[in-house]
Design a protein around this ligand. Structure first.
Ligand SMILES: [Zn+2]
Ligand SMILES: [Zn+2]
Length: 141
């Protein structure tokens, strides 16, 4: 098993989540995805399609999100994307307000310096952020 999947599952168990095959497969799928995924994509994915139904995937996502392990991105319920929050790794995103498409920004993080300053000024530890930029994509413009 991928060590990040294992760590995440260990973390889930400490938070009181029951370890199920569906939970394992969901975490592995989110981790393997190279971009945030919608509920429909997750439910139809190779690992999850035979494992559980869409409602179960949704419940698991909600539970993971409420514990800060998964982040919900996007504009609204119809175009919501889910991504696993992995310590030390993050993306900033570009989201189209017309069609709801989302992509990771392929540029150095613009607020790295700001994060370091905030850490220094406030004494907060384990700071993280993910930015969402909204606009109209070329296909919709
Ligand atoms: Zn668009
Ligand atoms: Zn960033």
């Amino acid at each position: 098993m991928n060590p990040v999947v294992k760590d995440t599952i260990d973390h889930c168990r400490k938070l009181g989540l029951r370890r199920t095959k569906a939970l394992e497969e969901l975490i592995a799928t989110l981790l393997e995805a190279d971009r945030p995924m919608t509920l429909a994509e997750l439910a139809a994915s190779d690992r999850l399609a035979d494992q559980c139904d869409k409602a179960t995937v949704f419940r698991l996502l909600q539970r993971l999100a409420s514990h800060g392990l998964v982040r919900r991105l996007g504009l609204h319920e119809r175009a919501a994307y889910f991504t696993l929050l992995v310590p030390g790794k993050h993306n900033d995103y570009l989201i189209c307000t017309t069609c709801g498409r989302i992509e990771a920004i392929q540029a150095p993080c613009p607020v790295h310096q700001l994060e370091a300053e905030i850490r220094e000024k406030t004494g907060y530890r384990n700071l993280y952020h993910e930015l969402e930029f909204f606009g109209v994509c070329p296909a919709c413009a």
